[in-house]
Design a protein around this ligand. Structure first.
Ligand code: AMP
Length: 604
């Protein structure tokens, strides 16, 4: 087996690690950097630069691609917020996907990510002196199918054999060897350049289970840098009367200076900033203290509270239940960030591995496990939202519940909703509402060639499989004919971590409405099936029952059909009861007329 590497493909920075004699090491890039900016730039003379070289290229912000991870596997109508944050141009692709437009050419996000991965691969090969082909690549725990698939595709384009797509918090815990210890609960606190994630994991004896994840997709080091830039712009205006707000090139330079000041203040109490322009031949200087930085960013620090509390609440835990805290992301080096977390969870964080290297180290260990160099670790992750399909009446029928450990496999039998139905349309959904309309559609497909028969008779087995990479495979098979269709969810499954939170919250808000609609849809389904079935039985058995019973049954059927004209579930249920009682004469007279009324879910 050739050498395998672990890659933390970050929003802002990426990092590579590998095992040397069984121990993980960071693989530096060609400039000696232990992390590589996830930046690609296309220069005016047609060159393509990746990493630190691209990051220094601040003069062409429109040709410099940053934060490509935010666009991975996402669709056009879901990236409005992201678009406002980037200086380069994105366009709508033919599949409603996002394309990056540079110098008259369009690139897909996986293509751009692949340029970063290719650079990491090349640099690793140069450092290690041997070819690298296999890799474990990490993604946030909340990444959905499309985002994971896009990451896998990026790996392939870069010429890598992707051994596994691994969750970042799982990798970080693995790096600390927390799987070896007694069973415990770990909180992984990840504040990177552009995103904030909190994950709670259950670990022990090689078992990894993500209990909950929360975060803020728009909170990271960039916000801290921006707070410093805003302060600098105001100071520059005040001291030298210059308004640089609209000067993109100057603002980009100030941003780099702001970041350097922020990093410096992690290890010293104050720093002097030299501005990128002189005034009357003298350098322009600004002093910034740690206290001042903390004051400028106090609202950003406060934004960390809710995701932490929400992750605890979702896992059903109190902060005192947390056994270990693991820090991930360069921003956790800022003393005020770590202090704020200590205030939230009264526990000293794990120490010893650089927070911006810990995920790559874990990925390298996982690569070692898969390559057989390390044994006996079983990895479990969970689905962030429930998965299922839409059934008759707009009901969401769950196949896989939220927080189920993956890999997982579930099969469910569905039946036809109409008489003579020859095809079934499956709409695959993700979300927590009982009604399909409140959930997110991931995709749909049709199974044709169903033998025409009475409603509820033809059965189709639908199985959902989530593989170890978290990718969803769906298989539907007509039980009678053996005719089947297999699909993978691609492209449509677009949920950011913020959306997972939003959808979960919305499902809670709409829970009352959804329950009412669900109750109504269920009553309607039952009523329609019951009325049809009894009418059918009645037409067959008319001669065998007394005229008064026949009249009573017809009356009950009419009342039930009338009730169906209104949206009153209780009224419909009363009428169902009335008809069921009247139909006793049929059940006595024949075999199982109403047997099918409590059928499996029907698919229109
Ligand atoms: P990551 O995405 O994990 O690489 O984190 C990158 C973010 O961490 C950037 O915003 C960096 O400016 C920030 N960062 C890196 N090192 C430090 C440090 N020593 N102090 C404060 N922030 C840092």
């Amino acid at each position: 087996m050739s050498r395998a590497i672990g890659i933390d493909l970050g929003t802002t920075n990426s990092c590579v690690a590998t095992l040397v004699e069984g121990r993980p090491i960071i693989v530096p890039n060609s400039e000696g950097g232990r992390t590589t900016p996830s930046v690609v730039t296309f220069t005016a003379d047609g060159q393509r630069l990746v990493g630190a070289a691209a990051r220094r290229h601040v003069n062409h912000p429109a040709h410099t691609i940053t934060s490509i991870k935010r666009f991975m596997g996402r669709q056009w109508d879901e990236v409005t917020e992201e678009m406002a944050m980037i200086p380069y141009q994105v366009e709508r692709g033919a599949d409603d996907d996002v394309r990056i437009a540079i110098a008259g050419r369009q690139y897909t996000p996986p293509e751009i990510s692949a340029m970063i991965l290719q650079q990491l691969k090349t640099d690793a090969e140069a450092f290690l002196g041997e070819p690298v082909s296999d890799a474990v690549i990490t993604v946030p725990a909340y990444f959905n199918n499309a985002q994971r698939e896009a990451t896998q595709a990026a790996g392939k384009i870069a010429g890598l054999n992707v051994l596994r797509i691994l969750n970042e918090p799982t990798a970080a815990s693995l790096a600390y060897g927390l799987d070896q210890a007694q069973e415990q609960t770990v909180l992984v606190f990840d504040l990177g350049g552009g995103t904030f994630d909190v994950s709670i994991l259950d670990l022990g004896q090689g078992l990894f289970e993500v209990k909950s994840t929360h975060g803020d997709n728009h909170l990271g080091g960039d916000n801290f840098d921006q707070a410093i830039v805003n302060w600098m712009l105001a100071e520059i205006h005040r001291a030298w009367g210059l308004n640089l707000t609209a000067d993109q090139g100057q603002v980009s330079r100030l941003r780099l200076i702001a970041e350097a000041a922020k990093v410096a203040l992690s290890s010293k109490p104050s720093t002097q900033i030299t501005l990128p322009f002189p005034n009357e031949g003298k350098p322009c200087l600004l002093d910034l203290s740690r206290e001042k930085l903390n004051a400028l960013t106090v609202d950003l620090l406060a934004r960390m509270d809710r995701p932490v509390q929400q992750a605890l609440a979702d896992a059903g835990l109190a902060s005192s239940d947390i056994g270990h805290v693991v820090l991930v992301g360069g921003m956790t080096r800022m003393p005020a960030v770590a202090d704020h977390l200590r205030h939230l969870i009264d526990k000293e964080p794990q120490d010893g591995i650089d927070p911006d290297e810990v995920v790559a180290i874990g990925a390298a260990l996982q690569a070692g496990i898969l390559a057989g160099a390390i044994k006996d670790i079983l990895l479990l992750d969970v689905t962030p939202l429930s998965l299922g399909i839409e059934t008759r009446g707009g009901i969401f029928t769950r196949l896989i519940a939220r927080n189920t450990s993956v890999p997982t496999h579930k099969t469910h039998t569905f039946t036809t909703a109409e008489d003579g139905q020859t095809s079934m349309e499956f709409r695959i959904l993700q979300g927590e509402s009982e009604m399909a309309a409140f959930n997110k559609t991931l995709g749909s497909f049709r199974l044709d060639g169903i033998t025409p028969a009475r409603r509820g008779l033809m059965e189709v087995d639908v199985s959902f499989d989530i593989d170890a990479n978290g990718i969803l495979h769906i298989h539907a098979e007509d039980i009678t004919t053996g005719n089947g269709r297999q699909i993978r969810i691609e492209g449509g499954a677009v949920l950011s971590e913020a959306e997972v939170t939003r959808m979960t919250e919305e499902a809670e808000v709409h829970a009352g409405d959804a329950r009412r609609l669900h109750d109504l849809a269920e009553a309607r389904n039952l009523a329609e099936i019951l009325a049809d079935e009894i009418e059918r039985s009645l037409s067959v058995q008319r001669d065998r029952i007394e005229a008064c019973h026949e009249a009573a049954l017809e009356d009950q059927i009419r009342r039930l059909r009338d009730a169906l004209k209104n949206d009153e579930a209780s009224e419909i249920r009363t009428r169902i009861q009335g008809l069921t009682e009247a139909a006793q004469v049929l059940i006595k007279g024949a075999h199982g007329a109403t047997r099918k009324t409590k059928s499996r879910e029907n698919v229109p």
